[in-house]
Design a protein around this ligand. Sequence first.
Ligand code: ADP
Length: 539
Amino acid sequence: MSLPSPSQVEPQLERGADRPRIAHHLNADTRDRLLAQVARAHQPHDRMPLRAPFSDEHLAEIPICVATDVEAVAGRARDAQQSWSRRSFTDRAEILLRFHDRLLAKQEEILDIVQLETGKARKDAFEEVLDTAMVSRHYAYHGGEHLRPMRRRGAFPLITTAWEHHHPIGLVGIIAPWNYPLSLAITDAVPALLAGNAVLLKPAEQTPLTALWAVDLLRQCGLPSDIFQVLTGYGRTLGEPLIATTDFVAFTGSTATGRIVARQAAEQLKGCSLELGGKNPMIVEAAADLDAVTDGVMRGAFANAGQLCMAIERLYVQQPVYHDLMARLVDRIRKLRLGPSFELDTDVGSLVSQAQLDKVERHVADARAKGAEVLVGGRSRPDLGPYFYEPTLLTGVTNDMAIAREETFGPVVSVYSFETTDEAVELANDSDYGLSASVWTRNPQRGLEIGTRIAAGTVNVNEAYAAAYASTDAPMGGFKASGLGRRHGRAGILKYTEAQTVAVQRWLPLGTPKGMSEERFVGLMTRALRTLRWVPGLR
Ligand code: ADP
């Protein structure tokens, strides 16, 4: 198969509905009911406009909360947390399971709202429902296993008994991004709540209604209202008071803002977890199933129009199949359905904002100016909506181009070829980031081995990004500039607790017993340590 030249690849992307209908689930009553739940002190608030990326239509005027709001609602949350933490885990889990069921039952409502606020395709919005349900189910059934007191090996067998306890840390702050406004606001809150904490959530400026809807649903499922509150407004003014007022902050967003959060948390000696940017590689070995790889690239690179921290932005293809795969990808990309639609009939939605579109255009223009070639895509589509951008493949990308090293966060993939897998692993690891990676190979066992050599917090073999992410029993997070701490798994719930060891000493003290000389004690302990080194079961 020969590669089509760029002029042949003029896209024939289908348009979705002419203009989006106004989702009936966000009528003025629903909107105003949700906005009435914004957590605030009593002063009147300035407001900021919220607009729909599909059409730039005005959706709402959102209250701008300030530091005094944070302080006021934190007091209420801390009071409520006292009795919440005394309830049994099963009691709390029942509320989360009810939430799971109602979320699935009422998904049409939230899919509309997520799409209205972000402009994403409906299938991408559905991934958020899926993720939120899976995380709720996982921690409701398994969170208790991590939280219950655990017997630990004592300092000395028989005479010391040690127990590990996990107490709720108290009040958790969550700062959430706009790209997965349901998932990333709620799935971090789920383990925090189940561990007995109260939560203050600061959703992104672009996506307050999604957060308010989800918290409202949790309240309908029995969550006490002060336990989980939403503060709308600007991150740059709310971030600092939120960190100062809470006991731990879970942040998801850009690496630049993550560094600010980390600095402020450090200053206050508060813990934080940070899930940040990525420049995620995909490695394709020549023996891989190219049909499956083609599907994998469509999902990995263009899900959520590439606005996904785990999105594939670098594609490394083994030389012998490079041209074959390029031809397949170009063909598939030309068939992608792009457009604003509230049905499951499009593949790629809009970018979220002018700022996002500007960044994508800047990266592609810079790459082109320095010699990169666009194989397909490479332009915005104002005919579809203000922020649409075509899925794009770039070749000839070199390290002096911004797109080679910086996160683009759009539907653009740079493609490279390689000779040996060792070389590909080295190229994949040559990045400041290390969030997610994908490896395609004939032999899954080999994939597992290659995976451990890649410096990324999650690696997917023969899958783009979801296999590792959706395995919620296992940790997820970033190496290097992609973050600190983990969500999911044991780490994802224990980070919201204070670990405590309670140890009991019996019969003999750990210091010199009364009446024994120091020399004798030293001799005795030395012999005891030598014995412990060798006796199975006591080591
Ligand atoms: P983006 O630049 O794509 O909006 P950010 O990382 O800035 O990504 O945004 C993620 C979240 O961080 C949003 O909720 C935003 O309001 C919040 N945020 C922005 N600036 C700050 C800050 N200085 N401190 C804390 N949170 C912030």
